[in-house]
Design a protein around this ligand. Structure first.
Ligand code: PDD
Length: 292
């Protein structure tokens, strides 16, 4: 099956799609991105991803490359051309191409827009039902990780450390013991009284779209949710730990390095939330493409 990507106005075979060597995204990580899950051919939380894209671009003073309606048209076309049923759409917007110099180009340049479709989503259902291991890594990222920038080298190193530790993810911990999030997912714990806890929105975490949806589903199901800072000690002693993200959905964590969480099996709250999330994505219809 042909694999088609989109690069600056053109749909091209994946192996032919490329960007300029002086693209500022390439030289300075001066670009932002979004990863949207495509489930049964439909986007999960499309409006939420567009909203966060807008926010990231505004924070960096990069212009929208085109209207949100036009972005949606390109995304739908990529889903169609790639016959994408379950997978992801990667979207990257950069400040554009200019002769290398750190400040923004004096004469504004056209923002770049690239999209790539990928078949397959995150871990299998059986992995989710077994739960995963994470490894603790220092959070050495910059002070604005709320902006979904492509400057991901600390995440790359943390995820590589996780791969080498045969762990699914890296749990990122600040020097004072605060757990911020994971390499590419948000982190949660469940207390003994079944309260859900996750790091509050701030410059220190990415405001996950899945985090927001899971929070809404959890509250609707009657769970208490606390957005507060928590430390590694609390994670190790928690009743349950789980991750949320576009590619992970709700993923139970049963081991942190050599430490087993609770009895080493996914807890009932994590599995219940995963089930609710699956019901949510399975119920999507064509209105999922509506940008508002
Ligand atoms: N990552 N935190 C970080 C650091 C992330 O990179 C991600 C997503 C999340 C979860 O956000 P969301 O629920 O909006 O996917 C949290 C994407 C999937 C990635 O970089 O591939």
């Amino acid at each position: 099956m042909s694999h088609i990507a989109y690069a600056n106005g053109r749909y091209l075979p994946h192996h032919q799609a490329s960007v300029h060597i002086e693209d500022r995204g390439y030289q300075f990580a001066d670009a932002v991105y979004e990863v949207t899950c495509i489930w049964n051919g439909l986007p999960v939380d499309h409006a939420g991803h567009l909203k966060r894209l807008r926010r990231s671009l505004t924070e960096l003073r990069i212009a929208m490359p085109c209207s949100e309606a036009a972005i949606t048209v390109i995304q739908r076309e990529l889903v169609r051309l790639n016959r994408l049923s379950r997978g992801t759409l990667y979207l990257q917007v950069g400040r554009g191409v200019a002769s290398r110099n750190q400040p923004f180009p004096l004469k504004p340049v056209k923002p770049s827009l690239v999209m790539v479709a990928k078949h397959g989503t995150g871990p299998s259902e059986s992995t989710a039902q077994t739960g995963v291991k994470v490894t603790v890594q220092p959070d050495i990222r910059w002070g604005r990780v709320d902006i979904k920038s492509v400057g991901l080298l600390p995440n790359v190193l943390a995820k590589q450390a996780a791969a080498e530790a045969k762990a699914f993810e890296a749990l990122l911990v600040k020097s004072d013991g605060t757990v911020t999030e994971a390499g590419a997912a948000n982190a949660w714990l469940v207390t003994k009284d079944k309260t859900l806890v996750t790091h509050p929105l701030s410059n220190h975490i990415l405001g996950g779209i899945t985090r927001e949806t899971v929070m809404r589903l959890a509250r609707a199901a009657g769970y208490q949710v606390q957005e507060r800072v928590f430390k590694l000690d609390e994670v190790l002693a928690a009743k349950e730990v789980f991750l949320t993200g576009t590619t992970t959905f709700v993923l139970p964590v049963v081991q942190v390095d050599e430490r087993i969480i609770a009895n080493g099996s996914p807890g009932s709250v994590s599995l219940d939330l995963r089930q609710r999330y699956l019901e949510y994505v399975n119920a999507l219809d064509e209105t999922a493409w509506s940008p508002t």
